[in-house]
Design a binder for this molecule. Sequence first.
Ligand code: SF4
Length: 331
Amino acid sequence: MPDAGGALIRECEEAVFSGEGIGAGQARRLMGVADSLLPELAAAADRITRGFNGDAVDVEQLNNIKRGACSEDCSFCGQSALYVRDPGAHGLPEPGEVAEAARRAREGGATSYCLVAAWRGPPTDAEFARVCEMVAGIAGMGMGVECSLGFILPRQAARLKELGVRRYNHNLETARSKFPEICSTHAYDDRLETLGIAREAGLELCTGGIIGMGETRAQRLELALELARLEPEEVALNILVPVEGTPLRLQAPLPDGEALRMFAAVRFMLPSSVVKISGGREAALGDEGRALLRGGANGIITAGYLTMGGNDPGRDAAMVREVGLSPGRGE
Ligand code: SF4
């Protein structure tokens, strides 16, 4: 039965386009197709992406409004004070500085803008008031405003919604079965609870994780199924870039094709969501994400990450056009 995998891909694609969707068993089999079928899997994921989302690629810029010195022990993270003494660590900037940075991002072609704070959360009242000032300063600029502020309280989530924040980001990081190896200072359920608070407040959800932390393919599927259950408007998938000083500094890279497998499978499970290549694109992928953008992804981060540089926005916009897509707002 040499075409069994091909038939599975076609059957799953039809199920997605019919609106029926795929189940956990089909997702597991898709994640396990032979390497020789990866081009077919990617092509089907691309058709689903285009069919449900058109040709727009959400181009997001991040602003790390509070960098480094985090109390938590996430073993991949260069912002944990347990592993890295970051000379660039800083507290919250003035809202005017953030507005200026956001304006430059808009002029550079960003379609989404995310304020990220490296702390456990929830923010203190003073910290939260400052963040609200920042949000108010950028809400009318024509970009989708997102926040990633760690754990938040229901009243804080409600206020962000009032101020015009579209989406709240809080990643699951990895599969539930892997999480205790990755973090001991908080629990998987704490993360799910925060997502529930954001959803309850009417915010859209952005959630995802990091692949390449030594998890098995079955654990990547476990993460993907959890993400699908949450039905987020956006999935943020990072590919680990080992950071000096962290427990994962020597982690071997993912085998070829595993990132594509994951992005494609997530696309089958969440046909309408923005599926964003959120980190590791330049450092961990030989083609800066081109294959993933034609294999299920429809979003990128441009102009650098939380503690790492990235591509110039002009270069990223050119890459998006080069693969036949167009920079545009992720809905
Ligand atoms: S991932 Fe977030 S919570 Fe964990 S150490 Fe880094 S900044 Fe802190």
